[in-house]
Design a protein around this ligand. Structure first.
Ligand code: HEC
Length: 417
């Protein structure tokens, strides 16, 4: 199974070299390609339909991959992005992202039952639509800003845990002259080339000037690398190698070194744990709860990042729970817990991921106690989001949304007060 899948992927993607490599002039030879089978077993029912959907899904992903290679190249330099000769290609590829995002959110297409897929497709679609209309209306700088960050959506879906294929290397590469190491790392993570992504993030972390000259990017490389080592690779050694570098960095800010020291403690404990293989819904739920309880104990204040390794591990388990039993008895709780973890891990890949989990949690079982808790969290996060130095200004559209969600969340009895 493993090999057949690998060969299939290898075959299809090497085909792309022939078609696309020429037009880009960047045909790379394929060094190797390996894959893991999906973690979730297809349910017996509708076996054929699910195969058909899997291959449709794969086609869409490969299409996204080609579009991302070209867009990453084009958006990497301002001059290239604005050169009239490139306008139609950029527009075509942006439209491709937008259309694929739309199709991905269609019911029943995803081979993965995790509701995250539909939620992230929705965000991805909104964002690519914005980029497309910005291009259409001549606002190129704004469009470029969005397109430069678009890989976050691919990464958010692909680095949830170790499900789905993983590639040692893929045939096409963005022309990388204009790409810095962080952008390269993000490209590799977005396209499931996890070993290359980790190596590249490590390079950023090792750069002694980065914590001073580009502190935000430096932190992003650390957190993205940690997410891959902990969730996709599930490898304490790789996670520790990264964390040790942060601790050893002479110029790292104090708070990050403090966090890193705590991450190391969590990683050492993790290595000593007896490996578990919870497979049932209840087992996965217990495991996630235990990790979150340990994480809370470690935190000194609510948004403290010192327990991130535990929260990353908890989210990997929660995604597994949502993949296994998207409508099971813990499904609403899983949405709530995922929202809470992503709230604390913020901003890991996407700023508003936690809010869409809270929203999905309210909608899953309206008027339930968990829905109420999710609403409180949602409302609080919204208020924080719209609060600046001049006070809190909630736009009308958002206020109406809050009202709608609140009436869904409240206990049924109190509706007619
Ligand atoms: C909404 C979630 C989501 C988003 C967004 C997403 N992907 Fe995927 N992608 C998946 C899933 C799920 C799989 C694995 C399916 C499986 O289990 O085989 C996948 C698989 C892939 C594959 C492997 C395809 C194969 O041949 O097996 C590639 C390549 C890929 N994605 C590229 C991308 C790129 C590039 C982007 C961003 C431009 C992207 N994806 C955005 C969910 C997503």
């Amino acid at each position: 199974m493993k090999n057949i899948y690998g060969i299939l992927v290898f075959g299809v993607l090497s085909g792309l070299v022939l078609i696309e490599g020429q037009s880009l002039g960047i045909a790379e030879t394929v060094k190797s390609s390996k894959s893991q089978p999906s973690a979730q077993a297809s349910p017996q029912a509708g076996e054929q339909k699910s195969h058909k959907n899997e291959s449709k899904w794969r086609e869409k992903m490969q299409d996204l991959y080609r579009a991302l290679v070209e867009l990453t190249t084009d958006a990497s330099s301002e001059q290239r992005f604005n050169a009239p000769a490139n306008h139609s290609r950029i527009e075509k590829n942006t439209k491709k992202l937008m259309d694929r995002a739309h199709e991905m959110s269609e019911k029943g297409l995803s081979p993965d039952a995790d509701p995250t897929i539909k939620m992230v497709s929705g965000l991805f679609q909104d964002e690519t639509k914005r980029a497309y209309w910005a291009l259409k209306s001549g606002n190129r700088a704004y469009a470029r800003g969005i397109l430069n960050q678009v890989s976050s959506y691919c990464i958010a879906c692909h680095t949830r845990n170790n499900s789905g294929p993983s590639f040692a290397s893929l045939p096409l590469e963005p022309v990388s002259k204009g790409l810095d190491a962080l952008e390269q790392g993000r490209f590799y993570a977005a396209t499931r080339q996890y070993d290359r992504a980790l190596d590249t993030f490590l390079k950023v972390v090792d750069d002694p000037s980065a914590p001073i000259q580009r502190p935000l990017e430096w932190e992003q490389a650390i957190r993205s690398g940690l997410a891959i080592a902990v969730r996709v690779k599930k490898d304490p050694d790789q996670a520790q190698a990264l964390v040790e570098r942060v601790i050893a960095s002479k110029k790292a800010p104090y708070f990050l070194k403090q966090d890193a020291a705590q991450w190391k403690v969590s990683i050492v404990k993790w290595r000593e744990e007896i490996p578990r293989r919870a497979l049932t819904e209840a087992g996965l739920h217990v495991e996630a709860m235990q990790l979150i309880a340990q994480a809370r104990e470690l935190q000194k204040y609510p948004m403290d990042h010192s327990a991130d390794v535990l929260y990353l591990r908890a989210t990997a388990v929660l995604h597994e729970l949502m993949q296994t039993a998207p409508d099971g008895r813990f499904s609403q709780d899983a949405l709530f817990l995922a929202g809470m973890c992503y709230d604390i891990l913020r901003p890991l890949h996407l700023d508003d991921l936690h809010e869409i989990y809270y929203e999905a949690c309210i909608q899953k079982i309206p008027h339930s106690p968990t829905a109420e808790t999710c609403y409180r969290r949602y409302e609080q996060s919204t208020y924080e989001g719209y609060t600046g130095s001049s006070g809190t200004h909630i736009p009308e559209e958002m206020r109406l949304k809050l009202e709608r969600l609140e009436s869904l969340a409240r206990p049924e009895k109190s509706i007619n007060f």
